[in-house]
Write a protein that binds this ligand. Structure first.
Ligand code: MGD
Ligand code: MGD
Ligand code: SF4
Ligand code: MO
Length: 735
């Protein structure tokens, strides 16, 4: 028996795990007490790592479709088929005939961080879709516009703040998002213990809300109005104090004018909150020694997602809390480019091209995932004919899965890089399964950039690759080659190309640590036994701390790089070189928010919101016996008053009808719901034929996203409205 360290890839908290290895298998997982960041924390999902890793339904090798049926195939054959099928499609119909869909686990793997940009370039397509347009794209857009960099996303300084105002997040179940913090619950408790205050805005009284000093049960979809009223109050009561930030901000007066109509009284009815509570929240925020405003899923995947995300940072700026300890700070990860001298940048452009059918603007190079189905099934020039999914299950995770399901079935060709045969991948002509996580090295390229403390950790593969397995990085590299017409070249060519391209730029850059060096010599000096390791080593060397892969290997529990520090104005990349507080696209969207002041929901409908369960993870962890059952179920949560009014009975089915369809789910009556709001979790609906998810199929649940038809989007970011949409609910059987 031995142990091995492995950073947990199952959520954004990135806890360090100590795995027990017995006879070549992972038999146990506990929190690594010596981990510099997570210090021993673990949750039930992390503890289930051995089952996640050894799930017998994981595919053992590639599958290739022949005469309509998927059969086992060799890796060689699988990539042959891809190369032979995809290039002719591109040559006949153009590169946009191929769509690439990147799902959530790409931010949890080394392969997902290093190769998709090369895949996109290799395919040359503009049909790029990802989970971002079901999630955080509004934040990328608002930060892109404010700071000139879509990845300059400030995170709340959880461990030092005196006051946290949190909207639409439930870290006691989700363990946090765009705020990487192992033991988020413990950090919130510590905030309260040191005398700090927590305000939670959520239409449900969640476990997180129960921890708060103040819970505002807002009407779903109205956070932007609420936040605008906070900004209004700061100006009206002369509480705006940007302090030292003022020198770096333009547009403060313009914002004052823009929010003039959004007084607490004006928004109170729409938000269904008390005007005095709104005013009190603004005063508390202004009075706190330090404070941070933080909004996530419930404030992002809504009709005014970008405006709300923008207002969150307007508040951080106007209260002087952006970029100061205890406020909201920009992390500096070990693989980020080294900080630069302040200078005007290129700014952030939106809508450089538009989707073919509905004319949705691109955001950050992506089109709305909610629009993928129509890009496939609406005939015409430029139609999508082939799809590559990498770690994505959009049939369940995106609106109107039934339409997408049918559209995927109609494709000329489809490839999926995925360990499971599920609702989406069952349509693939070639499935390329990565090895279980114990057989992959791990580094958090994505989440270190959103972490509440600067730190860096690397865990090599805990186990050698099993028989017939291929590392996910090699799968991606070979896919890049097959798609870009270079099938047959060694996968190392892809990594070499990435290294050469990066170093060519670096040596020419006067601010780079390798400026003026010979790129060949720098490349020859990189350490690492694999292509991806050499690329990691390169990024570390070019990064802000001048680290190396060897330094990380020598510190298996990680290297602490200290608390977050101020980074303005160096990180600004706006054209003005300043924070542009009222960007033109935001200003142009404000009339829509003004109209919302007088809109009331149809009284015959209820507003549906989602929820996450600690022992679940989007659509792919319902197959793990240790995590199934108990309270982790696909039920419709209803307030007792609504249940009484509608004749809904706990334990009995309800019929839920939305714009995209009708579902039946079991009723759960709870006064944790705000009246007029119901909640159904996502990621369920495991009842389609042709999947291989034995455990999940026993309790399939229903797909909440079938209640949507894909037309409700936040217009600036193309993000689907997944929270706060209207449904009709009735008892499914006479009671
Ligand atoms: N109604 C509603 N819908 C939602 C949400 C909501 O709150 N409400 N949340 C949205 C959010 S925030 C997100 S991020 C999306 C997520 O939606 P998706 O991005 O579709 O992610 P998952 O549903 O988690 O599916 C992940 C896929 O990756 C595969 N996978 C797992 N591990 C690996 C791996 O190591 N490598 C590879 N290659 N594949 C792997 C799984 O088998 C699965 O097929 O869902 C969104 N959908
Ligand atoms: N256990 C578990 N952990 C996960 C995941 C998972 O599926 N399960 N998924 C991971 C992923 S991909 C992500 S993106 C993160 C997301 O993590 P979080 O951002 O914390 O998101 P949720 O847990 O969905 O919580 C969103 C909250 O918003 C509330 N809400 C709904 N509508 C509104 C509204 O209009 N206004 C306000 N103020 N609140 C509203 C909901 O009631 C809910 O409590 O979690 C990650 N971690
Ligand atoms: S909190 Fe997230 S990262 Fe930590 S053990 Fe649980 S699932 Fe893994
Ligand atoms: Mo997400």
């Amino acid at each position: 028996m031995s142990t091995a360290l492995r950073i947990c890839p199952l959520c954004e908290a990135t806890c360090g795990l100590t795995l027990t290895i017995d006879a070549g298998r992972v038999t146990g997982a506990r929190g690594d007490r010596d981990d510099v960041f997570s210090q021993g924390f673990i949750c039930p999902k992390g503890a289930a790592f051995p089952q996640v890793d050894a799930d017998p339904d994981r595919l053992a090798g590639p599958l290739v479709r022949e005469n309509g049926q998927l059969r086992e195939a060799s890796w060689e054959e699988a990539f042959e088929v891809i190369a032979a099928r995809i290039r002719p499609l591109i040559e006949a119909h153009g590169a946009d005939a191929v769509a690439i869909v990147l799902g959530n686990p790409n931010v949890h793997t080394v392969a997902g961080a290093l190769y998709p940009p090369l895949l996109i370039r290799g395919a040359g397509t503009r049909n790029i879709y990802s989970a971002s347009t079901l999630d955080q794209m509004p934040k990328h857009v608002s930060c892109g516009l404010l700071f000139g960099d879509a990845f300059a996303i400030p995170v709340p300084d959880l461990d030092r703040t005196d006051h946290l105002l949190m909207l639409g997040a439930n870290p006691l179940e989700s363990n946090g998002s765009l705020c990487t913090a192992p033991d988020f619950p413990g950090r919130l408790k510590a905030l309260r213990a040191r005398g700090g205050t927590l305000t939670v805005v959520d239409p449900r009284r969640t476990r997180t809300a129960r921890l708060a000093d103040r819970h505002l049960a807002i009407r779903p979809g109205t956070d932007a109005l609420f936040l605008a009223a906070l900004v209004h109050t700061l100006f009206a009561e002369d509480l705006a104090r940007p302090g030292g930030l003022a020198a770096h901000v333009e547009g403060i007066e313009e914002v004052r004018k823009a929010v003039q109509e959004f007084s607490p009284e004006a928004v109170a009815a729409a938000c269904d909150l008390d005007a005095e509570d709104i005013r009190g929240t603004a005063r508390e925020l202004a009075a706190a020694r330090t404070a941070a405003v933080y909004g996530r899923m419930g404030a992002s995947t809504v009709a005014y997602g970008t405006l709300g995300s923008w207002l969150v940072d307007v508040l951080n700026i106007l209260t002087g809390n952006l970029d100061r300890p205890g406020g909201a700070l920009f992390p500096l990860s070990a693989t980020a480019p080294a900080p630069r001298k302040a200078a005007p940048g290129k700014g952030f452009a939106l809508g450089r091209w538009h989707s073919r059918v509905s004319g949705h603007p691109e955001a950050k190079g992506e089109l709305p995932l909610a629009a993928l189905a129509e890009e496939i099934d609406v005939p015409g020039d430029g139609r999508v004919r082939a799809v590559i999914t990498v770690a994505a299950n959009p049939v369940l995770s995106a609106p109107n899965g039934d339409r997408l399901d049918a559209a995927l079935a109609s494709l000329d060709f489809m490839v999926s890089v995925d360990p499971y045969l599920n609702e989406t991948t069952r349509h693939a002509d070639v499935v390329l399964p990565p090895p279980p996580p114990s057989q992959s090295a791990h580094f958090d390229f994505a989440f270190n950039a959103f972490a509440v403390r600067n730190q860096v950790r690397y865990t090599p593969a805990a186990l050698p690759l099993g028989p017939g397995r291929m590392d996910e990085c090699e799968i991606h590299a070979r896919l890049v080659l097959a798609v870009s017409g270079m099938h047959g070249a060694p996968p190392s060519a892809v990594d070499d190309l990435a290294v050469d391209t990066t170093l060519a730029k670096a040596v020419a850059d006067p601010q780079s640590p390798v400026h003026g060096a010979d790129p060949k010599a720098v490349a020859a000096g990189l350490t690492g036994t694999t292509g991806p390791e050499r690329r990691l080593d390169m990024m570390l060397r070019l990064g802000p701390y001048g680290l190396t892969l060897d330094a990380l290997r020598a510190a298996p529990h990680g290297i602490d790089l200290g608390p977050l520090e101020p980074r303005l104005p160096g990180l600004l990349k706006t054209r003005s070189g300043r924070i542009e507080l009222l960007p033109a696209p935001v200003e142009a969207d404000l009339p829509r928010l003004r109209a919302a002041l007088t809109e009331a929901p149809d009284p015959d409908t209820l507003q549906l919101v989602g929820r996450r369960h600690l022992r679940s993870n989007n659509s792919w962890m319902h197959n793990i016996p240790a995590l199934a059952g108990g309270s982790n179920r696909c039920t419709l949560q209803v307030h007792p008053d609504d249940a009484a009014r509608l004749g809904l009975v706990a334990g009995r089915p309800a019929r839920i009808t939305g714009e995209g369809g009708t579902l039946e789910a079991e009723v759960e009556v709870t006064d944790a719901m705000r009246p007029g709001v119901v909640s159904l979790p996502h990621g369920w609906g495991h009842d389609r034929p042709g999947t291989r998810l034995g455990v999940a199929a026993e309790h399939p649940g229903v797909n909440v996203n079938q209640l949507l038809d894909g037309s409700r989007l936040d217009p600036l970011s193309g993000t689907a409205v997944l929270n706060g949409f209207p449904v009709r609910v009735a008892a499914a059987v006479a009671t």
